[in-house]
Design a protein around this ligand. Sequence first.
Ligand code: RB5
Length: 149
Amino acid sequence: MKIAIGCDHGGIVLKPAVIKALTELGAEVVDLGTYDESSVDYPVYGLKVAEAVASGDCDAGVLMCGTGIGISISANKVKGIRAAVVTNEFMAEMTKRHNNANIIALGGRVVTPEQAESIVKAWFTAEYEGGRHQRRLDMIADIESKYCK
Ligand code: RB5
């Protein structure tokens, strides 16, 4: 599995923990920045990771900003992306099982690096259940097709 990661200055505190978790899970990590704590604009990194996933270059992604919110909103503008803000292991597991989230977003001002590590592992190891959930994902894709040209 090839996992793209991206963050702004508000999320960079979580990056080492996210890389550690993904590496321990056997994933190949593609780090699309940012690379230091200088102030940057989170949509840049939301877009980079979303494009890497939507194009098929990477299998999934992890985003980090101060709350996980701005960067996930940015990523969700790209067709085919289901980016979910998660703040605990339960949300991480469920967003894979029910939403088949191909990106999770974490907040560097919300969760600790230790929590981030455990949240990434919960999402990565969970499996999408399909079935009735696929019907709902198809409905989301229909909304996307209607409004995203
Ligand atoms: C940057 O200060 C902050 O706004 C950003 O990291 C994020 O929390 C936005 O949603």
